[in-house]
Design a protein around this ligand. Structure first.
Ligand code: ASP
Length: 471
């Protein structure tokens, strides 16, 4: 039966069977040392030259190269005191190999896997992502990301939230970015949109009486490439009924403090409860609505969270029309509800929106929503949407709100960003299994790619060659 490497320190003197990859090979004259790697860690294998039946084992070890896949049997022994490596959990032991089987060979990898890989060209790392993910730093990032996700699920599950999947093929919702469109085969000329966020669905789930919803949700935004953006990213999307902003903010805060305390005990949260800064104050004092309030920016383990609140609801577009600053579904703060309903004092209306900021990054945002159809409609009217456009884009939600929609609100912390900062990584690509380049390409799969005439024909689509040709 296969043993995993992390359990070996408790098995001194025992026979074990290990399977994994050749991490590093070192020949010391007659002795051959292999660092064997599996999902749980690394251990040193020792091959001693022997005469007779076992002689073949040492000879096979001579053939081994980096990243070959092997299975070995051997005995766990303590290393001599002078050979102990206190940097790794298995540094006090080694395995004296008595049998070996080569399960697969490997070509020489295009880049080294035994270091952190920060100096390697990123395009190459992305093209060979399945190799890049073998390196300890990346494997650790991906495992930690899962630990955070699982923590979130357990935390919310224990508080009566349920996770509900919402459609990926949906209709464009006005979240402020450009949609990814998917052409319909059955309805030529019509398109689905990939969700920029499950905003309307989660609100409709509140109308449906779910009361406490969450989802580890994928969001898609076709934005022009800006450094740390991905065309698809993940957020913890959540929504609650019968709450005010204090409820949503305190739940979010408790969840984040717990994640840090349980999974990142080495980190220190600068201030708890998280300080709150009004938008106006943030702009005046820091010149940004995502201030980095760290006392000491050298300390990689310092987490300075803050809430930014009291944002203006509307701002002017370049064409001089009003648009929402964050989310058209937000409600105004109570004192401004009359102004909204009368469509007056628009520039001063404050929204019940809250953003959570960590070390200068916006790591999430949410709001209390307008649950009365008249109020939502006023927002759309202020933005000068025609009755026709309102019905086409929002008719379903305005209709739903007529059937006893409860007061509700929510938030959506970005998972990629949060894990990036917790893992001390410089960008979100380092904590995403298969990220895209800054200009939206998947170098491993070679996407986006052209499709054949048959597929296009079925979709009723013709490509204007000259116009969109990028290469
Ligand atoms: N849907 C919003 C977003 O993705 C978050 C929210 O208001 O819940 O930014």
């Amino acid at each position: 039966m296969r043993n995993i490497i992390s359990e070996l320190p408790d098995k001194i003197g025992e026979e074990v069977e290990l399977k994994g990859w050749v991490h590093i090979r070192r020949d010391h004259g007659k002795l051959i040392f292999i660092d064997l790697r599996d999902r749980s860690g690394i251990v040193q294998l020792v091959f001693v030259p022997q005469k007779g039946e076992n002689g073949g084992v040492h000879a096979k070890a001579e053939e081994l190269r980096s990243e070959w896949v092997i299975s070995v049997k051997g005995t766990v022994s303590e290393r001599p005191a002078s050979m102990v490596n206190s940097d790794i959990p298995t540094g006090g032991i080694e395995v004296q190999v008595s049998e070996i089987e080569i399960l697969n060979e490997s070509e020489t990898p295009p880049f080294p896997i035994d270091a952190d890989g920060k100096d390697i060209n990123e395009e190459s790392r992305m093209q060979y992502r399945y190799l890049d993910l073998r390196r300890e730093r990346m494997a650790n990032n991906i495992r930690k990301r899962y630990a955070v996700t699982k923590y979130i699920r357990d935390f919310l599950g224990a508080r009566d939230f349920i996770e509900i999947e919402t459609p990926i093929l949906t209709k464009s919702t006005p979240e402020g970015a450009r949609d990814y469109l998917v052409p319909s085969r059955l309805y030529n000329g019509k398109f689905y949109a990939l969700p920029q966020a499950p905003q309307q669905y989660k609100q409709l789930l509140m109308v449906a009486g779910i009361e406490r919803y969450f989802q580890i949700a994928r969001c898609f935004r076709d934005e022009d490439t800006r450094g740390d953006r991905q065309p698809e990213f993940t957020q913890l999307d959540l929504e609650m009924s019968f709450v005010d902003r204090e409820d949503v903010m305190s739940l979010t805060e408790e969840l984040i403090i717990d994640i840090v305390g349980k999974l990142y005990p080495e980190k220190r949260i600068q201030e708890r409860p998280f300080p709150r800064i009004a938008y106006k104050e943030a702009m005046e004092k820091y010149g940004t609505d995502r201030p980095d309030i760290r006392e000491n920016k050298e300390d990689s383990n310092l987490l300075a969270f803050c809430w930014v609140v009291d944002f203006p609801f509307f701002e002017k577009t370049d064409e001089g029309k009003w648009t929402f600053t964050h989310n058209p579904f937000s409600s105004p703060r109570k004192d401004f509800m009359d102004d909204l309903m009368q469509k007056r004092n628009i520039e001063n209306i404050i929204t019940d929106q809250y953003d959570i900021v960590l070390n200068g990054y916006e790591v999430g945002g949410g709001s209390i929503r307008n649950h009365k159809p008249e109020a939502l409609k006023k927002v759309l009217e202020i933005m000068d949407y025609s009755e026709e456009k309102i019905q086409e884009n929002f008719g379903h939600i305005l209709e739903a709100f007529k059937f006893g929609a409860p007061p509700h609100g929510g938030i959506a912390p970005g998972l990629d960003r949060l894990v990036m900062i917790l893992q001390n990584e410089p960008n979100i690509r380092e904590v995403i299994g298969f990220p895209k380049t800054g200009d939206g390409r998947d170098l491993m799969m070679n996407a986006p790619a052209e499709v054949g005439p048959k597929q296009l024909n079925e979709l009723g689509i013709e490509i204007k060659k000259e116009k969109n040709k990028k290469f």
